[in-house]
Design a protein around this ligand. Structure first.
Ligand code: C2O
Ligand code: CU
Ligand code: CU
Length: 501
């Protein structure tokens, strides 16, 4: 039904006007197509087909103006009314290097308060840095300014609003963008020579007027999902790998609740980095489960018969309000399409490289953390609150901005044991410091569990216990941890962490 609406709208005059405007403007499409055909080398600055607008730091400074707006943007090639940063969904790609200063002159042009969170960056949680307690009222501006530590790992991070109670709505409306730190990993010769694409996975639910449809009560409980899946603003974009070459895909799940279980026909993924940066060596995976907030940085080898291969989103059941899918596929709010695969993008082959490009053998060592000083337990569940209906809880409590739930000491290392006693999966996310997954009981996850890597978001499936090890480094202050199904976070599944010296 949704599909039909979508086709009808694409033939309407609204989209024609948009296309005309696009063609008479900066002619992005031509530039993109041209760059798509080029293998990436040192001279082609960013041979990405999918993210034309990149703001990189110059002489140690990234200085940008970022506005949160509501209005028409191009989504899936059609004019759509969305929340957006600088007229784009996803927002512009921000790019900096370790040691750089970042200055973001932010203006809130929305009718609601909002703010910015820098998901995965290791920067102060206070002041003008990654301060999620800050509120920028409608019509006001705020200058974020911080520096990226000199020893910050290279990686794929992102920015999105983080005002408790409005996070799911604003992210579902379109507010999200990539923040890439370039560094050591990017200098590895094989990775440098790989062609690079940025795949920002977002889902939307649009009415025939091309506006977002708000979820109903049940959809909020389950976590809102939309039936339109956009990959960096497009539906089923084409990707190309040079024959004999490497394609680097930086994947981000920027959807409020939807999980993506990814596989690429006849091509394994070679994982080179997780949320917090490089792994020690490429890890071959047939599938990647990417839960909200997570990133995966993978290489794809162009070593098959040139042809077309689909990047698929395979079925996944993340649980529902009635427990264990009792209602059957697609009946429950917000769980459309979970029993069938969807095509997210299509890979084709470009010109053959003069000599095939090998995979890198080694990446960067991943530090082994010392035994923890302290083990803490966090239980994720839901309950009923008088007058509020269902609420989402950590250790039986709803989020309260006045309460510090967990105090830790700067420079200590702790193990956190995360237990999910509820009927739905919860991707747990910690701000500020990355962690390593130490162990996991319950059903085996699709993503690797035992290979050491740095994470900031980890899936805790229903019935599972996941143990993570976290070092608290460099910065003191208050920050948060929460479920990255953003409706669950807004409905209470968040706690405050205070790091003290
Ligand atoms: Cu990506 Cu606290 O969030
Ligand atoms: Cu975050
Ligand atoms: Cu959750």
């Amino acid at each position: 039904m949704k599909r039909r609406q979508f086709l009808t709208v694409s033939a309407s005059s609204a989209s024609a006007i948009f296309l005309t405007r696009c063609a008479s403007g900066q002619s992005n499409a031509r530039v993109e197509r041209a760059s798509c055909l080029l293998p990436r080398d040192a001279l082609v600055e960013r041979a990405s087909c999918l993210l034309p607008q990149t703001w990189s730091s110059k002489d140690g400074l990234l200085d940008v103006s970022l506005g949160a707006n509501y209005g028409p943007v191009s989504l899936a090639g059609q004019e759509t009314n969305l929340l957006n940063y600088n007229g784009r969904v996803p927002g512009p790609l921000l790019e900096a290097r370790p040691g750089d200063t970042v200055r973001i002159r932010f203006s809130n042009n929305l009718s609601q308060p909002t703010n910015l969170h820098y998901h995965g960056l290791h920067i102060p949680p206070t002041g003008t840095a990654d301060n999620v307690f800050l509120k920028v009222p409608p019509g006001e501006t705020w200058t974020y300014e911080f520096s990226i530590p000199k020893n910050h790992p290279a990686g794929t991070f992102w920015y999105h609003p983080h005002l408790h109670g409005l996070v799911a709505e604003q992210v579902f409306g379109g507010l999200a963008g990539l923040f890439v730190v370039r560094g050591e990993l990017d200098e590895i010769p094989e990775i440098r020579s790989a062609k690079e694409e940025f795949l920002v996975l977002q889902d939307f639910e649009l009415g025939s007027d091309r506006r977002i449809i708000s979820p109903n009560h049940m959809e909020r409980m389950t976590g809102r999902e939309g039936s339109l899946i956009a990959v960096t603003g497009r539906v089923n974009p084409s990707l190309s790998v040079p024959a004999g070459g490497l394609l680097r895909l930086r994947l981000l799940n920027a959807s409020p609740s939807r999980f993506y279980r990814l596989s690429l026909e006849e091509h394994p993924f070679y994982l080179i980095a997780t949320d917090g940066g490089a792994v020690a060596e490429p890890l071959e995976l047939q599938e990647i489960l990417l839960t909200p907030g997570e990133r995966a940085d993978v290489l794809v080898r162009g070593d098959r018969e040139p042809g077309q291969y689909r990047l698929l989103n395979l079925p996944y059941d993340r649980g529902g309000m009635m427990g264990g899918g009792m209602m059957g596929g697609g009946m429950m709010g917000g769980r459309r399409g979970r029993s069938s695969s969807q095509t997210l993008a299509t890979l084709s082959y470009g010109d053959r490289l003069p000599a095939p490009l090998p995979l890198p053998e080694k990446l960067l060592p991943v530090e082994e953390l010392p035994e923890p000083k302290m083990v803490r337990r966090f239980v994720f569940n839901h309950g009923m609150a008088p007058g509020m209906g269902m609420v989402f809880l950590i250790n039986r409590q709803m989020f309260d901005h006045r309460r510090v739930d967990t105090s830790v000491e700067l420079n200590s290392v702790e193990d956190w044991e995360l237990t999910n006693n509820g009927v739905m999966d919860h991707p747990f996310h910690l701000h500020l410091n990355h962690f390593q997954v130490i162990s996991r009981t319950g059903i085996l996850p699709v993503t690797p569990k035992s290979d050491r890597s740095w994470k900031d978001t980890v899936l805790v499936k229903t019935g599972e216990v996941v143990r993570i090890r976290v070092p608290f480094r460099d910065f003191v202050g208050k920050t948060v941890y929460h479920c990255h199904i953003l409706d669950h976070e807004d409905l209470g599944m968040m706690g405050i962490l205070e790091i003290q010296s």
